[in-house]
Design a protein around this ligand. Structure first.
Ligand code: 5GP
Ligand code: MN
Length: 326
């Protein structure tokens, strides 16, 4: 990936002019959002800035280990009023920061992201979907600014690169991504810790959910579509939230004939989250966008104001339309 030096210079000069920065990712945080925000905050703090990280949502247990690398503001009333610059990372949609609109409106905003669905209409935007992870964009900034990366920062960035490539399995696992991951290991990233925590760990609640969820697997559209559901009630019985098993949708995608995999997650009796995955030609970000969500061609999501039964009907219908029109 090549980014013009002038774009990188524009961003680093805004960093230099700012004194107090808030770095924020997206709600429903993943390893890229958390890892890239913490890494950037560490780099800014290292160059003498006052840097804060905010994540205004529950941090999944698998990413709690990252909290040793940087403190995180989790409540709106803890946001630093003195911040003069907000850096938004890995977030295709301003509302997904969870920040109050007035808090954003009063400050300089920098938008660094790699989502195709990011319109880049707010603040100084650097959106490039050629990057596999936002953490990789941070590495371009590191190279441009000649920042030193210590082992803690390297570990945060490693969490970012692994999260968005599914630990080097997705099609965005490019030669350059491997080169960047190798550099992180050279800088002392604790790869074993990231793999053990972010990939391998499963709580008893997660295993309970997984066991129930797999019994709901259904096939549609001449077996080109597979769907798994987690009802709000089952999640409650297992003692966790329906979206806590990050890779559950992969079980639907695993079926060889399947082109689109759907995971429905009952967050409450009236709110259902959907995760969409595609193999081949289908662009599921388009489906997610019709529900006010977004994402990438092969992985997208949205939150629907419906219970599970209505959400199932609506999502299946839209997915079938997209399959037919291709
Ligand atoms: P997941 O299904 O793992 O939650 O999300 C897959 C991809 O879709 C991620 O890149 C995520 O950022 C994006 N995504 C999920 N839900 C939403 C949403 O509600 N809005 C937007 N804009 N993107 C989403
Ligand atoms: Mn990302």
């Amino acid at each position: 990936v090549k980014t013009s030096n002038s774009r990188l210079a524009e961003i680093t000069s805004l960093f230099e002019r700012a004194e107090k920065l808030l770095v924020v990712g997206h709600i429903a945080p993943d390893g890229d959002s958390l890892g890239s925000t913490m890494a950037l905050a560490r780099l800014l703090a290292q160059s003498g800035k006052e840097a804060h990280v905010a994540c205004l949502d529950r941090i999944p247990a698998r990413y709690e280990f990252l909290l040793r690398y940087y403190p995180v503001i989790t409540h709106v009333d803890e946001l630093p009023l003195a911040a003069d610059c907000i850096v938004i990372l890995d977030c295709g949609d301003l509302a997904r920061t969870g920040l109050p609109a007035h808090y954003v409106a009063e400050r300089q905003v920098i938008n660094i992201d790699h989502h195709v669905s990011n319109r880049g209409t707010w603040g100084l935007s650097w959106v490039d979907d050629a990057y596999s992870a936002t953490g990789q964009q941070i590495m371009s900034l590191v190279d441009h600014a000649a920042w030193q990366v210590d082992s803690g920062t390297a570990t945060c960035l490693y969490a970012s690169l692994t999260a968005d490539t599914g630990f080097f399995r997705h099609t965005n696992t490019t030669p350059e991504l491997f080169r960047d991951a190798a550099r992180l290991l050279e800088w002392g990233a604790d790869a074993r810790l990231v793999t053990e925590q972010a990939l391998e760990r499963r709580s008893l609640g997660e295993l309970c959910l997984l066991r129930h969820a797999l019994t709901t697997l259904s096939l549609h559209g001449a077996e080109k579509v597979a769907m798994i559901e987690v009802s709000y009630e089952v999640a409650e019985r297992c003692g966790i939230q329906a979206d806590e098993v990050e890779d559950m949708v992969d079980f639907a995608r695993a079926v060889p004939e399947v082109e689109v995999a759907i995971l429905l997650k009952g967050m409450s009796p009236q709110v259902t989250k959907v995760s969409l995955r595609a193999k081949g030609r289908v662009d599921v970000s388009k489906v997610a966008e019709t529900f006010g969500g977004g994402g990438h061609r092969a992985a997208a999501g949205a939150t629907l104001p419906y219970g599970l039964a209505v959400a199932r009907q609506e999502v299946l219908q839209r997915v079938m339309q997209v399959l037919k029109s291709d």
